[in-house]
Design a protein around this ligand. Structure first.
Ligand code: GTP
Ligand code: SPV
Ligand code: MN
Length: 609
């Protein structure tokens, strides 16, 4: 099947217009077949863009190295170009849509000369499901096409659903032109200089225009651009939630299952929690999704979630057989690796893989690299935001329900982030609206998942959505409150929790072992949903009693006390920061209900002092 066979007149016309602007040498339709996937991979290997990995160790896998400047999302170059700046709100970059389109049109002009334009019809969500949304991405990057074929459902079946006049979200993408001719040649994908990169969203017309980057969320436009930034706008208008959340299934020893979602900022543990192997005997965790959840009320009044994706674009560093066995198995075949290191026998290696680097490696910059553990300043062999793109179907812990078009009923929602101090291991909101308050104040140490924010500093990342909300975040808070108020049955609303796996001692050691041990907290969450868990009421919300969570090996009673106590002075600092630096930003868009929760929190903390 090729582009000529497309029956949808609007789609054909739109492809024609973009081709006329970008002047590619050829136009190819991504039909979703495995033969085409293999051809595309062969093409990238033959052209030197990718390296095929050792088929005995990593069958069907390849490694791509990016330009050193093109390694993560670029938040400063990401735009919400709504008609007014007020609609984009204080947390988004805004540009006048007409001006932005003009600048980008100039950049797109002729940018695909000598390249092939690929047309990728894709579905976010199971094809044909009521909840699914269709997009069509036009791109000049074979890396993007192959990644999209893993991350979404691509091809002819999507065109069939689209028919002759169905609705799709149009997504333009080009890796763009390097400044100088020939720049970025030699086994890395080209990209444009930073000042020419644009990741643009037009919320009113629901269009996505991306230029100049070939990396992940900047380029795989179904993911953060469609399934979050554009989807948040659709969700606001249609009364549902599009969130940066994992979805997991947890089953107790009696065989009762519950589903929960969790929003943690980028590189803060969603993939790991979704694939966790419990250390608590008899309990089981299975995976529904690791990055994005779309949630809507079902006819039974329960909130249901679907995972709109079909693969994992997971952080490689830190992934080992002991930290995340299921991710490692998922990514052991038919996987695309990006910016990890290559071993002499064409296998992959990264920091935290669980064993020393074998011999001489090629690092993510393409240079020879030999591990020197004595040298604390040695640059890592894999980029800290190196990733694997693996089919979800390969995950040993994938839940039977993961592709259920009606989604899975959600009992609990977790919020969290990297907080070395103050925030306890777990606390629960008093009700939905108080949970919205907790979501609105989430803060986290910045990670390597975005390029232009300083890693290590703490920033507020409400709902883990700071970089992904397609409209005014104050209005988004209100939307969350409204979804709660609109619940067909308030009793059936998910319970909301705030977790923190990242507490540190004064010496900088982890206070909590994390990973599989997080199952102890999930067990308490499960038992709160059952109504059986032991708890106490505190100024910040509901918390486990000291004996309600079994202590993991290596965690002393003192540690546990610290993890589960309310640090009154720390929280008062938190209140001060929210009051002076966070909430005022939203002006009249800040829901009054949230300001009231902040006042009450302060009063309760002072009363407890
Ligand atoms: P995105 O894909 O960027 O949205 O990230 P994510 O939230 O899925 O993050 P992921 O699970 O990939 O975790 C990122 C990093 O956090 C990895 O290096 C993990 O090893 C580390 N990590 C995950 N869970 C834990 C935990 O419980 N404790 C500690 N200390 N580190 C963790
Ligand atoms: C994130 O940064 O939250 C990711 C990776 O999941 S990306 O697809 O690049 O957004
Ligand atoms: Mn993410």
């Amino acid at each position: 099947m090729n582009v000529k066979d497309i029956k949808h007149a609007g789609l054909k016309k739109w492809i024609g217009e973009f081709a006329e602007l970008t002047t590619p040498d050829a136009i190819v339709l991504a039909d979703g077949s495995s033969s085409q996937y293999d051809e595309l991979i062969n093409l990238t290997v033959e052209s030197g863009l990718a390296t095929r990995l050792n088929p005995a160790k990593k069958p069907g896998c390849v490694l791509f190295l990016s330009d050193p400047s093109d390694v993560a999302r670029v938040e400063k170059r990401t735009y919400i170009a709504s008609e007014t700046q007020d609609a984009a709100g204080p947390t988004n970059n805004w540009m006048d849509p007409k001006q932005l389109k003009k600048e980008m049109t100039d950049l797109y002009r002729g940018c695909m000369k000598g390249r092939t334009l690929y047309v990728i019809p894709f579905s976010m969500g199971p094809i044909g499901s009521d909840i699914a949304k269709i997009g069509v991405e036009l791109t000049d990057s074979p890396y993007v096409v192959t990644n999209m074929m893993i991350m979404t459902r691509v091809g002819k079946k999507v065109l069939d659903v689209l028919g002759t006049d169905g609705y799709f979200v149009p997504c333009f993408h080009s890796v763009g032109k390097p400044l100088a001719e020939g720049e970025s040649d030699g086994g890395i994908w080209p990209c444009a200089p930073m000042e020419h990169k644009y990741i643009s969203h037009f919320p009113e017309t629901r269009e996505i225009w991306s230029y100049g980057s070939g990396y992940g969320g900047n380029a795989l436009l179904g993911k953060k651009c469609l399934a979050l930034r554009i989807a948040t706008v659709l969700a606001r208008d249609e009364g549902w939630l599009a969130e940066h959340m994992l979805i997991l299934k947890i089953t107790n020893p009696e065989g009762k299952s519950r589903f929960l979602t969790g929003a943690f900022p980028s590189a803060c543990g969603k993939t790991n929690l979704a694939m966790l192997i419990p250390t608590v005997p008899g309990w089981k965790v299975e995976t529904v999704g690791d990055d994005i959840a779309w949630m809507k009320y079902g006819s039974d009044g329960q909130l249901y979630a679907i995972n709109p994706e079909a693969g994992f674009f997971g952080v490689a560093p830190g992934t080992s057989a002991s930290s995340n066995y299921n991710a490692l198995v998922s990514a052991s075949s038919n996987t695309i690796f990006t910016n990890v290191a290559l071993t002499e026998d064409n296998d992959v290696w990264w920091e935290g893989i669980g064993y020393d680097a074998p011999g001489k490696l090629i690092d993510w910059n393409g240079n020879e690299w030999v591990q020197n553990k004595a040298d604390k300043t040695q640059k890592p062999a894999a980029h800290p935001n190196a990733r694997f793109t693996a089919p979800a179907s390969q995950c040993p812990s994938i839940a039977a329900e993961w592709e259920d078009p009606k989604g899975v009923p959600i009992s609990a929602i977790l919020f969290g982030g990297r907080r070395p101090h103050t925030i306890p291991l777990v606390h629960q909101s008093n009700d939905w609206s108080h949970g919205v308050f907790l979501g609105s104040i989430v803060g986290s140490e910045v990670t390597a998942a975005a390029l232009d924010v300083k890693a290590g500093t703490i920033r507020r990342d409400p709902f883990a959505m700071l970089p992904f909300c397609g409209y005014n975040m104050g209005d988004y808070f209100q939307h969350w409150l409204d979804v709660g108020h609109a619940a067909p049955d308030a009793e059936k609303l998910p319970k909301i929790f705030y977790v923190n796996w990242f507490r540190k001692t004064d010496e900088g050691k982890w206070l909590w072992p994390g990973f599989g041990e997080n199952s102890r907290v999930l067990k308490w969450v499960f038992e709160r949903c059952e109504g059986t868990a032991k708890y106490v009421k505190t100024p910040i919300g509901i918390m486990p009693t000291l004996d309600a969570i079994d202590r993991p090996v290596g965690v002393s009673e003192e540690d546990m006390k610290e993890l589960l106590s309310v640090d009154i002075d720390g929280w008062l600092e938190e209140v001060k920061d929210i009051r002076t630096n966070h909430y005022p930003m939203f002006g009249k868009h800040l829901p009054k209900e949230l300001a009231t929760f902040l006042d009450k929190l302060e009063a309760d903390l002072r009363a407890a002092k």
